[in-house]
Design a binder for this molecule. Sequence first.
Ligand code: SF4
Ligand code: SF4
Length: 340
Amino acid sequence: MCTSIVVNRKKTIVGWNLDLLDMEYRVRSSGSGVFIEIFDEKEGWLPLFGANPEGDFVGMPTCWPYDERSECSGQGNSIIRLNIDLLLGRKTLPEIRETAENEPVYSEPGVTFMGALSDREGNVLHIVPGQGNLYYERPDHAVLTNFSPFKGDSEFHPWMGMDRYKTAEAMIREAGDGFDVADCFGILKAVSQEKCPTVVSMVYDVSGKTVYWCEQRDWDNILSMRFLKQEYIGCCGLDCETCEARLATVRGDDELRVRVAELWSELNGVRITPDMINCTGCRLPGVKTPFCGSICVIRKCVADKPFETCGNCPEMDTCEKLEMIMGRNRSALENLKMMR
Ligand code: SF4
Ligand code: SF4
C-alpha cells in the first residue's frame, strides 16, 4: 500500500516502499533515472515511481477510503501523467505545482492515486486528486502513507496505513541530524508489508546523487546507482556539482558562503573568508577559489601532464598527492575510476 518519506537534515534523504498486489513490476536503472515500472496491458511498461538525476523523486501511494471526487469530470490532468512528467524530467516540481493549483487533477476510476513528489532542494508536494494539494518548502520531514492528509483518520479504512505513518514519524523524530541512508532503510524495513507485499524499497540520497534499492524485502542485497555528470568531476575526483562553494557561487547565496567559509576554516585550520568562496567548478570555465585555482597541487599536476583528471594517470593507485583527498572522500576514487 506504500510509504513515502522525505527527510531534510544534513542531507536530503527520500525513501519509498512500493507495496503491490498481483501486478507485474520491474526496476530499470540508467543515466536518466532509476524507475520502478508497472506493466499496463494497453500502454506497456510505465515508469510510475523512482528518482531522476535532477534530484526529483516520485512516489504514488493510493488513498483510502476511495473518494469519488477524484474521478475525471471530463477535464483536467491525470495524476499519473503529472507524476510521470516529473519523473522523466519533462516538467519541474514548481511547474507541476502550478498545474495542480490551477487546474483540476483526476485519478483512475475506483482508486485515488496521490502524488508524493519531491525535488533536489527537498521541497515536497502532496497532490490528492479531487481534494487538494499541500506544498512544504524544505520541511524537516514529510511522511505519507495511504490516507488523505485532508482527512487524517476521520474516515476509517483497513488499508490507510496510519500505523505505518505513526511508526515512520516516530522513528524520524528519534533520529538525529545525521539521518542517512541506513536510517531510512531501517524505517522502510519497520513499515514493510507481507500481506500486500513490499516489492521494492528505494532510498535516494539526493545530496550524494545515489539511489539504493532492494526487492522483495531482501535487506542484505541492496543495489545502488550514482548519477554523475562527467564535466563536474574535478581533477582529483571530487564532484563539484554538489560542492557548497559552487552552489553558493551559482546561486549568489551569501549566507551559504559564510557557512562554507566557517566550515572550511575549521576543517583546514586556516582562515578562509566568505569572499574566497567563489567557484564554478574545477574543470568548468569561470572563477575558482584560491585553493582550487592556484594552490591545489593535484590540479597543477593534471594540467602539466596533461590529463583530464587523475583517472587518466597510470600512477593514480599509488599517488601520495591524491591520498590526501581519498582519505577524506572515498567517493572521489570511485568517480576517478568511472572517468578512466
Ligand atoms: S573546484 Fe570549486 S567546485 Fe570543485 S571542489 Fe573545488 S571549490 Fe568546489
Ligand atoms: S601524479 Fe597522477 S594521480 Fe597524482 S596528482 Fe598527478 S595526475 Fe593525479
